[in-house]
Design a protein around this ligand. Structure first.
Ligand code: ZN
Length: 95
């Protein structure tokens, strides 16, 4: 096993074996299988406890905050590396 730093419980950073981009593997909430994700401020997923949760497009215009309300916590967003890898064809499983 590797001793890569643990980012979240059950999730450790690695790099894409195809394009070397830093990624993490997280369990897809839809399939329950591990899938690669890359950091992306405009990503559609957040990762919690090793599981990727789809949260949709980030708000472009933050909601009006009530006076004195604490600013919303910045949450790291993630994009599926399946979709963005330049070598994504190599990810596809052979039939
Ligand atoms: Zn890649």
């Amino acid at each position: 096993m590797s001793d890569a730093p643990v980012l979240h419980r059950g999730v450790s950073k690695t790099s894409c074996r195809s394009c070397s981009k830093p990624i993490v593997f997280a369990e897809s909430s839809s399939t329950g299988k591990l899938a690669p994700f890359e950091e992306d401020d405009a990503g559609l997923f957040v990762i919690e406890n090793g599981k990727a949760r789809y949260v949709g497009t980030p708000d472009k215009t933050p909601a009006q905050l009530e006076l004195g309300a604490p600013p919303p916590e910045k949450v790291q967003r993630w994009t599926s590396h399946f979709a963005t890898c330049p070598h994504q064809a190599s990810w596809r499983k052979p039939r």
